[in-house]
Design a protein around this ligand. Structure first.
Ligand code: MN
Length: 284
């Protein structure tokens, strides 16, 4: 069993007329969806994603099975695709990333999932690591060595994502099961946050020792101060405690990364650096 504490904020920002982001924050499930589509269709898509996820997990007592969460993401995709098909002249879609507590019977205590370019980060012992991997043209170019990460911000296709909910194509969900330790802190956010703040700025705020809601408030405030050019959504989740029985083997991941080695048990002072291969190390 795992105990979590959290804070969340979303804001339209300074440039957009509507907020197409939606978030979900419940005791054992957190998600951020960033909708796309004209005529407020993005708002419908991101809200649908969150509603389907919330409905599917309404019964969870201490967490959820991984299959239940991933099936809910697929169901959300179907709902949005159906809605989009009803008015083919107005396509819509959404990103969706999330963090869920996994039921104690299923091994490791946390599940991270992602479709699109909203992000999940983890702060552990002062080190910030991006857990999710963007499904975007820019990220694919970086991965293939064709684009210098420093040039990504000004790339003409920086807004183009390669996976989304509602596309009408079968979705491929990235997911990771993770061990958790007291004082681990997770950040879920839409691209409107990371476009405005550097990794160093993110880490400074996340590691400042503020409670999760104050941390979410401050991150949002800084993103707006930096320009607020897109909708901004921030969900901060703290691991308050983890039942010792809930640490476990059987770490597995789909499809982008190999299994993560299981971390040493409990609060060893010198944990290994986060052993995911592809996501950028953002500790600076
Ligand atoms: Mn956005």
């Amino acid at each position: 069993m795992i105990e979590l504490d959290w804070g969340a904020r979303t804001d339209t920002g300074h440039r957009r007329h509507h907020n197409e982001d939606t978030y979900l924050a419940t005791p054992y499930l957190f998600a951020v969806a960033d909708g796309m589509g004209g005529h407020q269709r993005g708002e419908v898509a991101s809200a649908l994603a969150v509603q389907v996820l919330a409905a599917a997990t309404a019964q969870g007592a201490e967490g959820y099975g991984r299959t239940l969460i991933l099936d809910a993401v697929r169901e959300a995709d179907r709902c949005i695709s159906n809605e989009a098909t009803n008015d083919a002249t107005r396509p819509m879609g959404t990103t969706l990333c999330g963090l869920a507590a996994v039921t104690p019977l299923q091994g490791l205590p946390l599940l991270v999932f992602n479709v699109g370019d909203s992000r999940v980060y983890r702060l552990r012992y002062g080190q910030l690591t991006q857990v999710s991997h963007d499904h975007s043209v820019v990220q694919e170019l970086i991965d293939s060595g064709e684009l210098d990460p420093d040039l990504a911000e000004n790339h003409p296709e920086r807004n183009v994502i390669t996976r989304s909910l509602g596309s009408g194509f079968p979705i491929d969900i990235d997911w990771w099961t993770l061990d958790a330790y007291a004082q681990d802190r997770f950040l879920l956010c839409s691209d409107g946050l990371v476009r405005e703040l550097t990794d160093h700025q993110l880490k400074t705020v996340l590691a400042a020792g503020l409670p999760p809601q104050a941390t979410a408030d401050l991150l949002l405030h800084q993103a707006l101060e930096s320009g607020g050019r897109d909708n901004v959504t921030v969900v901060v989740v703290d691991v308050v405690g983890v039942d010792p029985c809930h640490h476990g083997q059987g770490d597995d991941t789909n499809p982008r990364h190999k299994a993560l080695p299981t971390s040493p048990r409990f609060d060893l002072p010198d944990l290994p650096s986060f052993p995911v291969t592809t996501p950028s190390e953002t500790d600076t």
